[in-house]
Design a protein. Sequence first.
Length: 96
Amino acid sequence: MKFKIYITNNAQKNLEEILNYIKLESKSRAQSLLIAIKEKILSLKSNPRRGRKVPEYNGEKEIREIIFGSYRIIYEIERDQIFILFVYHGARLLRF
């Protein structure tokens, strides 16, 4: 089964903030990171449950994450859909 992926406004905003910060040092590095994160997100289509359950979340929804370098890509699985909720640097505190 192939899952459909949606990036929430929050996740889009997170990603823009990360990229804007990195662009201060290197535009090419920011572009490379964007491409790599998008590839990692798209890889969830075929196996979304490979990510671990988010330790800070104790609710009933299926909230998982994959780690990419220093970043946490946090997503929710709902039937045949994946919602990217947040893209955070691992040093930041995650709040639901």
